[in-house]
Ligand binder design. Structure first.
Ligand SMILES: Cc1cc2nc3c(=O)[nH]c(=O)nc-3n(C[C@H](O)[C@H](O)[C@H](O)COP(=O)(O)OP(=O)(O)OC[C@H]3O[C@@H](n4cnc5c(N)ncnc54)[C@H](O)[C@@H]3O)c2cc1C
Length: 384
């Protein structure tokens, strides 16, 4: 059998499953996508802010029809302190439903089809759904944070699911081109205001108690207006194995998310390209190795930075935030929407940070939660 004759089933028609479908179609395959929802792109579980790299760096650039607004920077606040960083066209605000639908164009997607089980029959797989069985030579789980494919394939990892909630609110007060980010705890729990650009703002929170934090944020900011839509979802932070025999996971199912800002669309789509290459070359195991090579170091470093910030006391968190505020011009120069370690390394290389680093290290070494967390992370580093 030629490689292209192999039957591939992708579970999940989110942006990553659909983009993988497009890559495989380009390579001569006829992938079957199965999707439990009745419509692609809905319900929305996303703030819809993406870097310009999504339109510049992809092998198959997505259509720009989903773009609603251009963002030129952010105002970042913690307690009573804030600073602004600006960069031309740093990001776009998209209509996520339109984005996902445009990526699905021309693909074979079975809607209302829920994946329920997986078993091996000879060299192939039986994929069970509420609409009957499918068979495949290769099975891909692009089925989001709670991936059933990941669980049934026995792909082990160390994943924590975080919660996000967002309201779309009719409001003319925030017409600008800046995103407003207010940290609850720098840099992992935060609220935001995103101007959609059409008299609607997106106000959201990622935290342990997003409903309470979002309501408080709206009250504190005095945000008024009719809520026209509510979106909520889970964000998987951590790491996991991503291949087992002829089964692989990609996107949120594979924790391919930026650990600090929780953005997952860029990493997920770039990861789909690595997976498509491994399929094209007839060696799925390369996917794990090549992914580690491209993203492993960045994700590990940002997971560590996140772990550190999560365990620091409030005083040290404030000190680090104020250091960043004093060096906002450096962040402006070093900042890369998709690659956050460049900012951390750049700031750490500045001799003026040494005092802040010393105090942070002292705080960490006195902190049993950090020591325990670090040992746990090292124990769970199941692949390198
Ligand atoms: C509140 C919030 C805000 C966010 N904001 C941003 C942002 O601004 N920018 C950004 O880059 N990222 C953001 N993210 C993350 C981003 O939404 C995800 O990284 C992205 O959706 C991942 O795409 P995916 O295709 O891997 O998974 P998903 O988009 O989750 O798609 C998975 C698909 O699989 C389907 N599925 C699941 N189980 C089954 C099953 N058993 N059978 C059949 N189908 C199934 C689902 O219905 C879904 O359609 C945010 C997330 C949240 C929760």
């Amino acid at each position: 059998m030629t490689l292209q004759k192999r039957k591939i089933v992708i579970v999940g028609a989110g942006p990553v499953g659909c983009y993988l479908g497009q890559l495989l179609k380009r390579d001569g395959y006829s992938p079957q996508i199965i999707e439990e929802d009745s419509e692609i792109g809905r319900p929305i579980r996303c703030a819809g802010i993406i870097g310009q790299g999504i339109f510049k760096d992809m092998e198959i650039p997505p259509s720009k029809e989903s773009i609603l607004n251009e963002i030129q920077g952010a105002e970042i606040s913690y307690k009573d302190s804030s600073f602004v960083i600006k960069r031309n066209q740093v990001a776009f605000i998209i209509d996520r439903a339109v984005f996902d639908q445009s990526l699905s164009r021309g693909l074979d997607v079975a809607l209302n089809t829920k994946f329920t089980g997986l078993s091996r029959i000879g060299g192939r797989y039986k994929i069970e759904t509420n609409k009957g069985d499918f068979t495949a030579d290769i099975v891909i789980g692009a089925d989001g944070p709670n991936s059933k494919v990941r669980k049934l394939a026995g792909l082990r990892g160390n994943i924590k699911l975080h919660k996000g909630l967002q309201y779309r609110i009719k409001n003319e007060q925030y017409g600008g081109e800046l995103v407003d980010v207010q940290f609850i705890h720098p840099f992992h729990e935060f609220c935001w205001v995103i101007p959609e650009g059409n008299g609607i703002i997106r106000v959201g929170a990622i935290s342990q108690r997003p409903h309470k934090d979002l309501e408080n944020f709206i009250k504190e900011k005095g945000i008024k207006g009719e809520i026209v839509e509510k979106n909520g979802g889970l964000i998987p932070i951590g790491s996991t194995a991503i291949v087992s025999e002829n089964i692989a996971v990609v996107g949120d199912a594979a924790c391919q998310i930026k650990p600090i800002t929780s953005g997952g669309i860029y990493y997920g789509m770039k990861s789909a390209e690595i997976l498509a290459k491994a399929i094209r070359n007839g060696n799925l195991a390369d996917y794990q190795k090549d992914w580690r090579e491209k993203f492993g170091q960045e994700v590990d470093f940002c997971l560590l930075a996140r772990g550190v910030m999560e365990t620091l006391n409030n005083g040290t968190q404030e000190r680090i935030f104020n250091y960043m505020k004093d060096n906002a011009h450096l962040i402006e120069q070093l900042g890369d929407f998709e690659n956050h370690s460049s900012v951390i390394w750049g700031l750490a290389a500045n001799p003026k940070t040494y005092q802040t680093i010393g105090i942070t290290a002292f705080d960490l070494l006195r902190n049993p939660k950090f020591i325990k967390g670090t040992i746990n992370r090292l124990k769970h580093r199941i692949f390198k």
